[in-house]
Design a protein around this ligand. Structure first.
Ligand SMILES: [Zn+2]
Ligand SMILES: [Zn+2]
Length: 409
């Protein structure tokens, strides 16, 4: 059940609130006008004008934030239509995602522009007044993910769509003001210019689908790159760097991320891409403040088993949804088919990671890494009332998605 927040004063009463550093049992979370107003133990008296929502036996958590997601409910953001963007976003809201970053692929320049324009229209950017659609998650920006991948690590993305960053192209995407996360492989010519440009514009700058060496990562990090997409997937290892550059063996993206406290990363926590010990290892190595959970979901989420296109429908890249995960035509892993709520449930049940950290990695950590943590990502007075009621088994029972106040973006 999704309740767009309005002028009523409401409160979740009696639930266990998941705060960034602890659980608060028998809690009271009051919200009105799109903002969290009070977080405390249950007060002796509750004003009669406050609508009480009984949260006994449930968790109250912040709304989830997905920074790496391609679509859902049959729609891929790269379809580039208002309908597709709205459809995919709406599906993710029902999975507890109250803030989303639609993610591009290695599609053509025209299809990336179509996607950005569609996202902009859905946000109502050209309309005066409230730029917000209450039945969709907040769209804080776009993750410019493809096209700047190295072809040898393209994964399920169209190989011939991989290209090197050229300013005349990427500048046209950034000029829309919507790009908030920006990915480029660190061995591509022109990557340093891209990283500096994206960093200057306040993006979370990331390296993904790359076979970069330690020294390429070091140069990238200096230029503003501080995150790596889906750890262990489509990224370099000592062995893959050796195949590319020969001996001596050199450090790879993996060692660089683990060796630098200033580098964050993310894991596709769907239970199909990575075994539980890898999720737990990443958390032990990076800690909950530098590790995000992502869904990396394709259009196959909430859809039956079968064949689906990945990215823009006309670009003819096919994946197979076997009901558990997406597979490429060669049988490799090709995106997930579940929402971030599933990833949270899986991580909580399959690993020793405490619930507080699991929730943080799907909420506050992605908010901090993308610079929106002053607005959302935790249950804190003054932040947006983006809240979830989760059952004891972490199933989404209720979604509260705040209306954005004027300063909400
Ligand atoms: Zn990827
Ligand atoms: Zn992806």
């Amino acid at each position: 059940m999704v309740s767009p927040e309005d002028s009523l004063v409401r409160a979740f009463v009696g639930g266990t609130s998941v705060l960034p550093d602890r659980l608060l049992e028998n809690s009271y979370v009051e919200f009105s006008q799109g903002r969290i107003q009070k977080v405390s133990a249950i007060p002796k008296r509750i004003r009669r004008d406050i609508e009480v929502i009984d949260a006994t036996g449930s968790y109250v958590t912040p709304g989830m934030i997905d920074i790496h997601v391609h679509g859902g409910a049959g729609a891929d953001f790269m379809d580039g239509t208002v309908d597709a963007v709205a459809k995919a976003c709406e599906a993710h809201l029902l999975h507890g995602v109250t803030t989303i970053f639609p993610t591009t692929t290695t599609g053509s320049e025209a299809s990336i522009h179509a996607m950005i324009n569609a996202v902009s229209s859905v946000r109502g950017d050209s309309l005066p007044g409230s730029q917000d659609v209450p039945w969709l998650p907040h769209i804080e920006g776009i993750h410019l993910y493809g096209p700047y991948f190295t072809p040898e690590k393209s994964g399920c993305h169209k190989k011939d769509g991989c290209r090197t960053p050229v300013r005349s192209e990427f500048e046209s995407y950034f000029k829309t003001g919507l790009v908030k996360i920006a990915t480029c492989a660190a061995e591509l010519p022109g990557c340093i210019d891209f990283y500096r440009y994206a960093k200057k514009r306040g993006c979370l700058v990331t390296c993904g689908h790359s076979n970069a060496s330690w020294s390429e990562m070091a140069a990238a990090h200096k230029a503003g790159m501080s995150h790596v997409d889906h750890f262990w997937c489509a990224m370099s290892s000592v062995a893959s760097v050796r195949s590319r550059l020969g001996p001596p063996m050199q450090g790879s993206m993996l060692e660089f991320v683990l060796g630098h406290p200033t580098m964050s990363t993310e894991v596709i926590a769907d239970g199909q891409h990575l075994a539980p010990e890898l999720l737990e290892f990443a958390w032990r190595m990076k800690g909950p403040k530098m590790l995000c959970l992502v869904s990396d979901t394709s259009r196959a989420m909430d859809m039956p088993v079968g064949k689906y296109t990945f990215g823009n429908q006309d670009e003819n890249v096919w994946i197979y949804n076997d009901g558990m995960v997406g597979r490429s035509e060669e049988g490799g892993l090709a995106s997930s088919v579940v929402g971030l709520d599933h990833c949270v449930r899986h991580t909580a049940s399959a690993t020793e990671i405490p619930l507080v950290d699991v929730i943080r990695m799907a909420t506050l950590t992605p908010a901090e890494r993308t610079g929106i943590d002053d607005q959302t990502g935790s249950i804190q007075v003054g932040k947006r009332a983006d809240l979830l009621l989760l059952s004891k088994t972490l199933r989404v029972q209720r979604v509260v998605r705040s209306l954005a106040a004027p300063e909400g973006r």
